[in-house]
Design a protein around this ligand. Structure first.
Ligand code: SF4
Ligand code: SF4
Length: 259
């Protein structure tokens, strides 16, 4: 599948000639805009499998590149560089280095799911965007996003207590993302709640964020969920070859220490 969107031709790959004549014919202007040929040798042949192994990426193989996802995309409407169809193309062809050039905008998917409804092949492009953002983090190409940090706090609470305490979640999220707890919008929200909610309920919320009550009889469910989450994490790491990398690094360290 060739690149057929003009916006995808990188400026550095263009050779613009303002004044050129070939065999007596003036071919200046846009006819003289040549795309420089490139040789790509660093394919990641496992890239599609790696994305497909992560939640949301399972159906990437169904894509037939119709472009309906990009055409309907909320973010693409304001930034044409945000292009789910193109990224799926890069993933399926293993062009990791090309994909990495857009690593700082892939996370911007707002999960509106317009693409999901537009896709004729049930690829679930929104899921593919999430899987790709997750892949970028796991591979260390991008730092952990705020949404990943939030997910981790949420999961940790469910596993530990079987409950979600809003106050605790917000407090911990701000702490782990380096944000001040007393933000103007939060103070306004609490003031609004104080006006409209019973004080007793607010007190219980505040107390719950400190003592973190547990669901009774939760330990059995906790162990099962914990085991499943750990299994999934191992599965994802193995699919991305991360355990191999860790083992290689450890072997190199040991070899270095033995010298
Ligand atoms: S879910 Fe993400 S990729 Fe899909 S249309 Fe919305 S912003 Fe675009
Ligand atoms: S709408 Fe579906 S089939 Fe079409 S390019 Fe997007 S993901 Fe692929």
């Amino acid at each position: 599948m060739p690149i057929h969107e003009k916006s995808l031709i990188r400026p550095e790959n263009l050779n613009v000639q303002e004044d050129i004549e070939i065999e007596g014919v003036d071919v200046s202007g846009h006819w003289s805009t040549f795309i420089e040929s490139r040789v790509i040798s660093d394919y990641n042949e496992a890239l599609e499998e790696e994305i497909a192994a992560l939640p949301g990426g399972e159906f990437i193989h169904r894509c037939w590149q119709c472009g309906s996802c990009t055409n309907s995309c909320t973010v693409n409407a304001i930034n044409e560089d945000f292009n789910p169809r193109y990224w799926i193309y890069l993933i399926r062809t293993g062009m990791e280095s090309e994909l990495l050039r857009d690593k700082d905008i892939i996370w911007q998917c707002v999960s509106c799911n317009k693409c999901t409804y537009a896709c004729p092949r049930d690829v679930f492009p929104e899921g593919v965007m999430k899987a790709t953002a997750h892949w970028l983090e796991l591979k260390g190409h991008t730092p952990k996003s705020h949404s990943t940090i939030f997910d981790e706090i949420f999961t940790e609470q469910v596993i530990e207590t079987g409950k979600i305490e809003d106050g605790y979640t917000i407090k911990r999220f701000f702490k782990l993302t380096g944000q001040a707890l007393f933000q103007p919008w939060l103070v306004d929200m609490v003031k609004g709640m104080l006006r409209n909610l019973p004080v007793g309920m607010l007190s219980r919320m505040g107390l719950a964020s400190i003592i973190r009550p547990k669901t009774s009889g939760w330990s059995g469910a906790r162990d099962a969920i914990k085991e499943y989450v750990e299994e999934q994490e191992v599965h994802h790491r193995q699919a991305l070859g991360l355990d191999d990398l860790v083992q290689m690094a450890e072997s190199e360290l040991k070899a270095g220490a033995a010298k």
